[in-house]
Design a protein around this ligand. Structure first.
Ligand code: PEP
Ligand code: MG
Length: 545
């Protein structure tokens, strides 16, 4: 048995066979080869396979979605015919003795850097395409899965790291657990695992390399341990733990249908976070009062090109209808930073978390923003829909975003399309700037929702993705809590409600404190709804003075 300790990212126990989805060459190790001829022929073969795959995906996309969405795959296929690129890889093999996987990775990184250094935004944006294509070729060379990790049987997914777009592509019916070498508690991949209720351990380090396909394993997502080929004693101990977690969940079942009222008589809303219709279903199964954060960017991450207004409308409408009058708060696109969709062509940035992301992109890309706003507005005719803007740091951004929303309303009204003209409009408070000027922001909106994940990272100047800062990235830090308190005070002074949709909302050690601040709504992962209700019902905090 091998026991590996990492960061507990999503509670619960899962057992099953391991399925490793990251190719070795992506795990950063450099492989050399004594046989350049063999490596050259492996490389040529992988290019043939990759080109064939890309052309097949192109054709499928043309027929299922349309030529415009499919174009990117043709561009990727053409890249594999670029003589300069092919020559650069061959050179790494023949002159530097690298194995084909490492040669592709090295040459592609150099190539991508060269594109960025041209200083031309359009050419620089192609760097991401080079990386995407290289990932495919490396995956072929190492026999790893690509295009959604088709799983033949329910498995524990092991990877060096997973991007949010890879995570959303997972066939969740077959994902028993998730373990990664890198990652941190508040990466979107960990958040996704929590919202899907999949036990996960991240930041396991290089030890994870011993995890081979097919080996039996147990993930203890509560303690943060991965057991590979567990012995009988461990297996029995974890089976007992599994049973006790299950009975804890069963005990919470009696809270279904009960109100979220404290012993002191204060009633608050408990909503759930979702990124897809499946999450909405899961949230409803957990008796949610609504969806307090619909991470709309995941619909973009699943696709090879911009979703159309119809596609977005149908997703929001379905969610609104399923919620049957319960509130659906759609957060507008929070793309950028760790959530990259290559077709946005965002030039590589030194500090993407502080770069072009979320509302900053939307306000410079009115075509993309308007399309989403129209879709949200149209869906508002089919349920109780609210809209929320992320990553706000100034009043000007709110004014501009609201202007675009009004324009979209005017357009729809002229066309005679139905929508809710008094749609609730809010913003996320996730930059210290927004919290500090929340008195000026409050009169501009109907509600605030605190994004504590980003608020913590920007207040403490600590990357939420960096597991080395695990002990320091402290959302309980007084600076973070005081900013939340200030936000709540300013919201109430302006007569608007305030919620919290970051991970901190489900931290029951803080429930009393949040209730005392006057937080009106909590939006948490679906699996945390009943546990939070329990904590609220045990609290004696009354109405704020
Ligand atoms: C947050 O930052 O707290 C938040 C809810 O948004 P996300 O985690 O998607 O960045
Ligand atoms: Mg955020």
């Amino acid at each position: 048995m091998t026991a590996l300790r990492g960061t507990a990212a999503s509670a619960g126990v899962a057992r099953g066979p391991i399925r490793f989805v990251t190719p070795a060459a992506e795990r950063g190790d450099i492989r050399l080869s004594q046989d350049p001829k063999r490596e050259l022929s492996r490389f040529d073969e992988s290019i043939k396979i990759a080109t064939g795959e890309l052309r097949a995906i192109h054709e499928k996309t043309v027929s299922e979605i349309g030529e415009e969405s499919a174009a990117i795959f043709e561009i990727h296929a053409q890249m594999l015919e670029d003589d300069d690129y092919l020559e650069a890889v061959r050179e790494e093999i023949t002159s530097n003795g690298l194995a084909a996987e490492s040669a592709v990775r090295f040459a592609s990184e150099k190539f991508a850097r060269m594109l960025v250094e041209t200083g031309d935004d359009y050419i620089a944006a192609r760097a991401q395409d080079v990386k995407d294509v290289a990932t495919r070729v490396v995956a072929i060379l190492s026999g790893a899965a690509r295009d959604g990790f088709a799983l033949s049987q329910p498995s524990i997914i092991a990877a060096d790291d997973l991007s949010p777009s890879q995570t959303v592509l997972l066939d969740r019916a077959k994902v028993l657990g998730l373990v990664t070498a890198r990652g941190a508690m508040n990466t979107h991949t960990a958040i996704l695992a929590r919202s899907m209720g999949i036990p996960a351990v991240v930041a396991l380090g290089h030890g994870i390399d011993v995890a081979r396909d097919g080996l039996e394993a147990i993930v203890d997502g509560t303690e943060g341990v991965l057991y590979i080929e567990p012995d009988t004693e461990t297996s029995e101990r974890l089976a007992a733990k599994e049973a006790s977690l299950k009975s804890g969940r069963i005990e919470l079942e009696i809270l279904r249908g009960k109100v979220n009222r404290t012993k002191g008589g204060r009633t608050v809303e408990v909503y759930a976070n979702a990124g897809s219709l499946e999450d909405v279903e899961l949230a409803l199964r957990n008796d949610t009062g609504g969806i307090g954060l619909f991470r709309s960017e995941f619909l973009y991450l699943e696709k090879a090109d911009y979703p159309t207004e119809e596609e977005l409308f149908s997703a929001y409408k379905n969610a609104a209808e399923r919620l049957a009058g319960k509130k659906l708060i759609v957060r507008t696109l929070d793309i950028g930073a760790d959530k990259q969709a290559p077709y946005f062509n965002i030039p590589p940035e030194e500090n993407p978390a502080m770069g072009l992301r979320a509302i900053r992109i939307c306000l410079t890309r009115p075509d993309v923003f308007d399309c989403q706003l129209r879709a949200i507005l149209r869906a508002s005719a089919f349920g109780t829909v609210a809209v929320m803007f992320p990553m706000i740091s100034s009043t000007q951004e709110v004014i501009e975003a609201r202007k675009r929303l009004r324009n979209a309303m005017n357009e729809l009204a002229t066309e005679g399309t139905s929508f809710d003209p008094s749609i609730e409009t809010g913003i996320m408070i996730e930059t210290p700037a927004a919290a500090i000027i929340s008195d000026e922001l409050a009169p501009l909106v109907d509600f605030f929702s605190v994004g504590s994940n980003d608020l913590t990272q920007y207040t403490l100047a600590m990357d939420r993705q960096n597991d080395a800062l695990r002990e320091l990235y402290d959302p309980h830090h007084e600076a973070v809590l005081r900013l939340i308190e200030m936000t709540a005070r300013n919201a109430h002074a302006a007569g608007i409600w305030v919620g919290i949709c970051g991970e901190l909302g489900s931290d029951v050690a803080l429930t009393d404190r949040f209730l005392s601040m006057g937080i009106d709504e909590f939006s948490v992962s679906p699996a945390s709804v009943l546990a939070l209700r329990n904590s609220i019902r045990n609290s004696s905090v009354g109405e704020p003075a």
